[in-house]
Design a protein around this ligand. Structure first.
Ligand SMILES: [Zn+2]
Length: 171
């Protein structure tokens, strides 16, 4: 169905995130699905969940500039019953935190500054960025070291860029 002219498109980011959240919901429902729902019912439920999540993300993205988005989210919020418990994190997810805490050596670190780095490049074309001290991301080692209270780490060369410690692969 084409969007009405005055409805902004669902952004690719919101569309992708709706898929990821819908998969999280689907996986969290797995036991319930097995016990209570047929595969056909689950197949019917999946797009309902996915589209509802996409709608809420779209409304959040457009909330500042579009009254309809504000009204929609405000209405949903007013419907939340006071007996709903506060959300909690899933056990599977918490276990992945425990695993990561026990295996810090599995994080890639920069050969220059030892900060944790991520490869955000496409397949076969690595592109490394630091997880910066201020919570953002930076390619440059010195830029990544910036903290509002302390400034930059002047011991880091301005030319250094995120580079993984060699692990037997070319970088
Ligand atoms: Zn670095």
């Amino acid at each position: 169905m084409p969007n009405r002219p005055d409805v902004p498109d669902l952004t690719p980011l919101d569309a992708q995130f709706a898929m990821i959240i819908a998969m999280t919901v689907r996986n969290a429902m797995e036991d319930f699905h097995v016990q209570n729902l047929t595969d056909a019912q689950m197949a019917e439920l999946n797009p309902i969940i996915r589209n509802a999540i996409a709608t809420a993300l779209h409304a959040r993205t457009n909330i500042l500039h579009h009254r309809a988005a504000r009204d929609f989210l405000g209405f949903q919020e007013r419907l939340i019953p006071n007996y709903w418990e506060a959300p909690e994190l899933l056990d599977d997810y918490l276990e992945s935190w425990e695993w990561a805490a026990q295996h810090p050596q599995h994080e890639d670190r920069c050969a220059h500054c030892q900060r944790v780095i991520l490869d955000i490049g496409a397949a076969g074309k690595p592109r490394w960025i630091h997880l910066s001290a201020d919570g953002g991301t930076n390619v440059g080692c010195r830029a990544a070291s910036f903290e509002p209270a302390r400034g930059w780490d002047e011991s880091l060369d301005r030319k250094w860029k995120a580079r993984p410690v060699a692990r037997g692969r070319s970088v």
